[in-house]
Design a protein around this ligand. Structure first.
Ligand SMILES: Nc1ncnc2c1ncn2[C@@H]1O[C@H](COP(=O)(O)OP(=O)(O)OP(=O)(O)O)[C@@H](O)[C@H]1O
Ligand SMILES: [Mg+2]
Length: 259
């Protein structure tokens, strides 16, 4: 899809030092344009998860700033932070569903910041939310599985439930931290295809950490690479040649593909 020039997210000189002294992000600056599928790559420990967690403020940035939809969100708290979290969907490697609850209830918990925890416990949700949840379940190809327990689904199906749940609040951006790292190659592609569909058909911007470069080449519209907490590459996936590969992953690294 065509991207607009106005960034949806601007990260400026972001530093994160954990309480134990680990300097996980070092002066990271980049923009995310509306509508793009931006993938973050880098070795284990390079700071990819820390970056996503600073953006949705699961972690507090140490210095630097984050602008989201034109507003400085670096230090917001309370109700503005809750509003922000409804605009930013999050998907995790291990899906983080409620195992004993049904697919429908799991998707409906995506509205939790609006409907509250009590509705979730008693399974009381507004009719319009149910309609929306069912249409999102259809979007991720799980129609017919609404009443199955989450822990009875395959990993790929669980991740698709997590995508539907993240979409319940109409986020403008989805952050995905290694969304396919627990899945086999075929299932990985299926989940990536659904993320691509969400990006292209719903216009939701995607910011996603990935390990496999072959997936990056296939799905990313742009790539940034982190190394030891620093941003060392920003460009198109096709420009990552052998030299860049070695710069990003180290001289002894060998590319493993996922077909
Ligand atoms: N809660 C924490 N407290 C202290 N140090 C942390 C914490 N979380 C991460 N780190 C450290 O920060 C650095 C970056 O970690 P991070 O998890 O962001 O890397 P990553 O790129 O996501 O790695 P992976 O590919 O293994 O998921 C690492 O040195 C890590 O040990
Ligand atoms: Mg990580």
């Amino acid at each position: 899809m065509t991207t607009q020039t106005q960034p949806i997210l601007s990260v400026e000189k972001l530093n994160k030092v954990y309480p134990n002294g680990t300097h996980a992000l070092k002066g990271v600056s980049f923009d995310v344009k509306k509508g793009e599928f931006l993938v973050v790559i880098g070795l284990s420990g390079s700071g990819k998860s820390t970056l996503l967690r600073c953006i949705n403020r699961l972690h507090e940035p140490t210095t630097g700033s984050i602008l989201f939809e034109g507003k400085d969100i670096t230090n917001i708290k309370g109700s503005p932070l809750r509003t922000l979290r409804s605009r930013i969907g999050m998907i995790f490697q291990h899906f983080n569903l409620i195992p004993r609850k049904t697919v429908l209830t799991n998707v409906l918990t995506g509205t939790l910041s609006r409907t509250g925890i009590v509705s979730s416990i008693f399974g009381i949700f507004p009719e319009e939310d149910k309609k929306k949840a069912l249409s999102l379940i259809e979007l991720v190809g799980l129609t017919g599985k609404e009443n199955r327990r989450a822990d009875n689904l395959s990993g790929g199906q669980q991740q698709r439930v997590a995508i539907a749940r993240a979409l319940m609040q109409d986020p403008s951006i989805l952050l995905a931290d290694e969304p396919v790292a627990s899945l086999d190659p075929a299932t990985s592609h299926s989940v990536m295809q659904y993320l691509k569909k969400v990006n292209e058909e719903l216009g939701v911007t995607i910011l996603c950490n990935l390990h496999f470069l072959s997936l990056v080449r296939q799905y990313a519209t742009r790539v940034i690479a982190l190394k030891d907490g620093k941003l060392i590459y920003e460009g198109s996936p096709s420009e990552i040649d052998e030299n860049w590969f070695q710069t990003i992953y180290g001289e002894d690294a060998v590319e493993v593909t996922i077909d």
